[in-house]
Design a protein around this ligand. Structure first.
Ligand code: FAD
Ligand code: 2HG
Ligand code: ZN
Length: 478
């Protein structure tokens, strides 16, 4: 039995959540690394405690206690974030507020097409609950087995269905939020229309835990499609991929639910690290595209439409070869290849990530110009390009040259590469973060790339809602 060192705030937190739900370094047998280490293993923080409340009232009481002692709070869901936004800093003075115990599905309203869940609900469980009720919850991303809806809302996550259903923000109809003062905002309306003043829901979404703690959400449900087909196409250039996207919009209309592009080197990494996944066509083409067609009529209607699209694309020369999945298992296999790029890249070694957006029409020129600039500035650079081309969102990632030492590469090149890429993004009218957020990683860059008036309004909002700066300090805003 270990007697914890007396600490007035920790005593209070133990009373609120129960001693088993306040984890500290006092107990040398408790490993806090799952909460302190970021997913990319870029930063290892040190928490004063990891606190795991069981309901909204406990979250509110924890925040009140922290506010009274001026203790910073870092909200955390599945800790899959990619920009160092959900782990504590190294000071040992911040608490991690993990929502993982608050994972219930509170209600499904079939007529209103909504589901209300607690923030710690894992995305895959939310998808499964929707499916069990006969509906589709379309948010889908590689981390869905461990990320939570609270984290998805906190980052306004995108994923692979945005081209049809929008980002997490577009899927949300209401929130329950604990404010920086420990008050509870009951905003789980489920209303599709509400013009009674400022849109606080949309302000909270994407605020990365800096304005409030999301404890529950009402999300939109959709009918299940009658059929879903997936195709993998070899395309000769990024221009051809953009042309194929236009054609797919024209031919499939709202049936186009996924349009992902993958560069040859990105796919070579999947082939190298996961040979069992059998990546199709990658050796014969610089780019592959994964397309999904969701049809409300029937499988044969979907197949007819899809084949006509691919035939037209072959004739126009924007596709050189293609395979259409014969069944759901094959389709899942193709999606699994796409979702494995992040892991394959991590296995290959340290890298520099960019999740940028550019108007789709300008992406080919952006890639050609920026690739050339990087090749001039970083000898032997290897580009891991892939992403959600349907949304104009590229994961324009930079891998160290073959055989280079990862940490040395990052020390020497990370800032230079970020500046080069972000300057190009600005020149092309894009955003330096399309989906992963700002976190700690891009916080120093934001003032250079965000409109100064917008940044001033953001600071004013933060000051108004969290004047003590206790909610995730140092993230989003310096
Ligand atoms: P965490 O990592 O725990 O937190 C993320 C941020 O949200 C932090 O700032 C945190 O403080 C805040 N937060 C967490 N919970 C709450 C809450 N309840 N209230 C307020 N703030 C909160 N992102 C995409 O957009 N698209 C993708 O396709 C995508 N694919 C991914 C694939 C992989 C393999 C991985 C590892 C990550 C991927 N991500 C993607 C990044 C990541 O943003 C998402 O995985 C997810 O949205 C994070 O959810 P989480 O529960 O893990 O949040
Ligand atoms: C994806 O689209 C994620 O797979 C992760 O956003 C992107 O690894 C990345 O850079
Ligand atoms: Zn992505």
């Amino acid at each position: 039995m270990i007697t914890p060192i007396p600490h007035p705030l920790l005593e209070q937190l133990r009373q609120i959540c129960g001693p088993a739900n306040v984890l500290t370094h006092d107990d040398p047998t408790t490993d806090l690394s799952p909460w302190e280490q970021d997913w990319r293993k870029r930063v290892r923080g040190r928490a004063l405690a990891v606190v795991r409340p069981g309901d909204t009232a406990q979250v509110a009481a924890v925040v009140k206690a922290c506010a009274a002692s001026g203790t910073p709070i870092v909200p955390q869901g599945g800790n899959t974030g990619l920009v160092v936004g959900g782990v504590p800093n190294g000071s040992g003075t911040q608490i991690v507020l993990s929502l993982s115990r608050m994972n219930a599905v509170r209600a499904i309203d079939p007529a209103n097409l909504t589901i209300t869940v607690e923030a710690g609900c894992v995305l895959q469980n939310l998808q499964a609950a929707a499916e069990a009720a006969g509906f589709l919850f379309p948010l889908s991303l590689g981390a869905e087995g461990s990320c939570t809806i609270g984290g998805n809302l906190g980052t306004n996550a995108g994923g692979t269905q945005v081209v049809r259903y929008g980002n997490t923000r577009e899927l949300c109809l209401g929130l329950e939020v604990v404010t920086a003062q420990g008050e509870v905002w009951q905003g789980l309306s489920g209303l599709r229309k509400d013009n009674t003043g400022y849109d606080l829901r949309n302000l909270m979404i994407g605020s990365e835990g800096t304005l409030g703690i999301i404890t529950a959400a009402t999300m939109k449900l959709y009918p299940q499609p009658a059929a879903q087909l997936t195709a993998w196409a070899a395309v000769p250039s990024m221009e051809a991929a953009v042309k194929l996207l236009g054609l797919a919009h024209q031919r499939l209309g709202p049936g186009l639910t996924g349009f992902e592009v993958m560069g040859q080197f990105a796919l070579s990494l999947v082939d190298k690290h996961y040979p069992q996944l059998r990546v199709p066509l990658w050796q014969e083409t610089p780019w592959c595209v994964l397309l999904e067609n969701s049809d409300s009529e029937s499988e044969s209607h979907a197949r007819g439409q899809f084949e006509a699209l691919l035939e037209a694309a072959l004739e126009l020369g924007c596709v050189t070869d293609a395979v259409v999945a014969e069944n759901l298992t094959q389709a899942k296999g193709l999606w699994h290849i796409r979702e494995s790029i992040t892991m394959a890249q991590a296995t290959e070694g340290l890298n520099i990530k960019h999740d940028i957006s550019i108007p789709v029409s300008r992406i080919p020129d952006f890639v050609a110009e920026t690739d050339a600039l990087l090749a001039q500035n970083v000898p032997g650079v290897r580009m891991v390009d892939f992403g959600h081309l349907g949304d104009g969102n590229l994961h324009y990632n930079v891998q160290a040259p073959e055989g280079a030492d990862g940490p040395t590469f990052l020390r020497e090149f990370e800032d230079k590469v970020n500046t080069l890429v972000f300057d190009q993004v600005k020149r092309f009218g894009g955003s330096i973060s399309a989906e992963h957020g700002v976190g700690e990683q891009k916080v120093h860059k934001l003032p250079h790339y965000k409109d100064p008036t917008a940044l001033a309004m953001m600071r004013a909002v933060k000051q108004a809602l969290d004047p003590q700066n206790i909610l995730n300090p140092g993230r989003v805003l310096e």
